[in-house]
Design a binder for this molecule. Structure first.
Ligand code: GLA
Length: 410
């Protein structure tokens, strides 16, 4: 069975034409670079889901890897679980533009170019993402989009790109002092709005991922400029790094919602943490309504990794239609309780033990925001079991682990 996201593709031409027409009206009304509405391009109604090569492969990305990963996403059920964006990160491009200033793919890594790769991905009911940078140079030293925004956006649209991750190296106020010699010091909003507007001009629905690492409090202005924005620096495949990104993001829930999401960076699930830690990351990201962009080698992923990523009950929390991230009900001594309200009145509750020893964590249905009832149903989203409670929600949680429940009133 195809996921609803895949089925959505069939409706796109009409919906997209209408939304993008409205967006073009917004751009002209707000003037170039101005703020638009949160749903400005009609995309990312729920947090985007997909895969990106960077966490597992760094700058070593090739056409073959992307094709093999797309095939693996179909065969392993990830696509049907909702992971549709297959994104090529940095270093896909040749070292120089062509004589007309056009970007071109690295001829060794992508011998057939990007358009056939988009065709390959689309033929499997997946979508193609690509990477660029708001400065003159990408983080990996390739040509950036500064001064070429319209030309590059048009190129991406012509190739059939559906998602752009737009990085922040060698860009921004003050950069001429250190790392962007000769660069133009555009403000945060100006450089991201320039590419946002260039993408809108193409008329193609392209999700816009702002990758400015949380600088300048991007969460305060990101909605209406992009569909997701990084809240942190780069994640690493360690519990400590994942924990830091969680802490930096958990207080920012009020800025996220349909059309624009906090992005604590791509998942490290499957990249070397323990199975408990992988489940913890996945549960926390779902509670935060974070984009679920897999960063693992999916061609060789273990059954354990696949089962974490395809836990439909946890994915459903991430993708919940209400679009409201969790709030911290309590956080003391490394023991955290998160509650995320869901469409229809259920609440997702995460009990997270950050510490090195097993610990009992307790809360209640009332503290989690459920209305009064004589009994509540607790569905354990990792064990798949159901229990009933008069209101207490309590468990012994392993070190670095979570319990995650979906709680309903009777
Ligand atoms: C930055 C980004 C990463 C990745 C690399 C690629 O560090 O934050 O996610 O895209 O650049 O060079």
């Amino acid at each position: 069975m195809l996921s609803s996201r895949v089925r959505e593709t069939a409706r796109w031409p009409w919906v997209a034409a209408l939304v993008l027409l409205l967006a073009a009206t917004q751009v002209s009304a707000a003037g170039p670079g101005g703020p638009l509405s949160r749903m400005y391009n009609g995309l990312a109604v729920t947090p985007p889901m997909g895969w990106n090569d960077y966490n597992a492969y760094g700058l070593d990305v090739t056409e073959t890897l992307v094709e093999q990963t797309a095939d693996a996403m179909v065969a392993s059920g990830l696509r049907d679980a909702g992971y549709v964006y297959v994104t090529i990160d940095d270093a896909w491009m040749a070292d120089t533009r062509d004589a007309d200033g056009n970007l071109r793919a690295d001829p060794t890594r992508f011998p057939h170019g990007i358009a056939p790769l988009a065709g390959y991905v689309h033929a499997r009911n997946l979508k193609l993402g690509i990477y660029e940078d708001a400065g003159a140079t990408t983080c990996g030293g390739k040509p950036g989009s500064l001064g070429h925004e319209r030309q590059d956006a048009a190129r991406f649209a012509a190739w059939g790109v559906d998602y752009l991750k737009y990085d922040n190296c060698y860009a921004g106020p003050g950069c001429a002092q250190h790392d962007c010699t000769g660069g133009i010091e555009l403000s945060d909003t100006a450089r991201y709005a320039t590419m946002r507007d260039a993408l809108l001009r193409t008329g193609r629905p392209i999700v816009f991922s702002i990758c400015s690492w949380g600088t300048g409090g991007v969460w305060r202005w990101g909605a209406g400029y992009g569909n997701l924005w990084r809240t942190t620096g780069d994640i690493l495949p360690t519990y400590a790094s994942m924990l830091a990104n969680f802490h930096e993001t958990v207080g920012l829930g009020r800025y996220a919602g349909p059309g624009g999401w906090n992005d604590p960076d791509m998942l490290e699930t499957g990249n070397g943490m323990t199975l408990d830690e992988d489940r913890t990351e996945f549960s926390l990201w779902a509670a935060l309504a974070a984009p679920l962009i897999v960063g693992a080698d999916l061609v060789h992923a273990s059954p354990g990794t696949r089962s974490v990523l395809t836990n439909a009950a946890v994915v459903a929390v991430d993708q919940d239609a209400l679009g409201r991230p969790a709030r911290e009900v309590s956080a003391a001594g490394g023991l955290d309780v998160l509650a995320r309200p869901l469409a229809g009145g259920d609440v997702a509750v995460v009990l997270f033990n950050e510490t090195e020893a097993p610990a009992t964590i307790a809360t209640s249905a009332a503290a989690a925001g459920l209305p009064g009832a004589s009994r509540y149903t607790l569905r354990d989203l990792w064990a798949g079991t159901t229990a009933s409670t008069a209101g207490a929600i309590e468990a012994t949680v392993p070190p670095h682990g979570v319990m995650m429940y979906r709680v309903s009133g009777a």
